[in-house]
Design a protein around this ligand. Structure first.
Ligand code: ZN
Length: 108
């Protein structure tokens, strides 16, 4: 079952009672690996859990001109995202061209 918190994020639930788990602490053991501790939100239960979150790939490139390179491998969606970005930029330039072609006093 997928449970959403009040902020509409997908959250973990307690195996014992089904209540929402609240993230208590987290630390990075590596640039791309974060360890987390979770506590059950039900005060009568109080079970706690540990886990980790890992970045495993780069899904789309940075838009910064001097972006630092990433050690992460390209995700399967990487090539598609590059194509999509190029397409959107081309669309944006076309729209600017349309604005340029409208005379400044067109509303007279
Ligand atoms: Zn619980």
């Amino acid at each position: 079952m997928t449970v959403f918190s009040q902020r509409k994020r997908v959250v973990f639930t307690c195996d014992a009672c089904g209540s929402v788990l609240i993230k208590r602490t987290s630390y990075l053991s590596h640039q791309h690996l974060r360890h987390d501790a979770y506590v059950c939100d039900n005060p009568m239960c109080g079970a706690s859990y540990t886990g980790h979150t890992e970045l495993t790939g780069i899904a789309s490139p940075s838009g910064l001109p001097n972006a630092r390179p990433s050690d992460l491998p390209e995700s399967p969606s990487y090539a598609r995202n590059i194509a999509l970005k190029a397409y959107r930029e081309a669309q944006g330039e076309r729209q600017l061209d349309l604005l340029d072609s409208i005379p400044a006093n067109a509303d007279h």
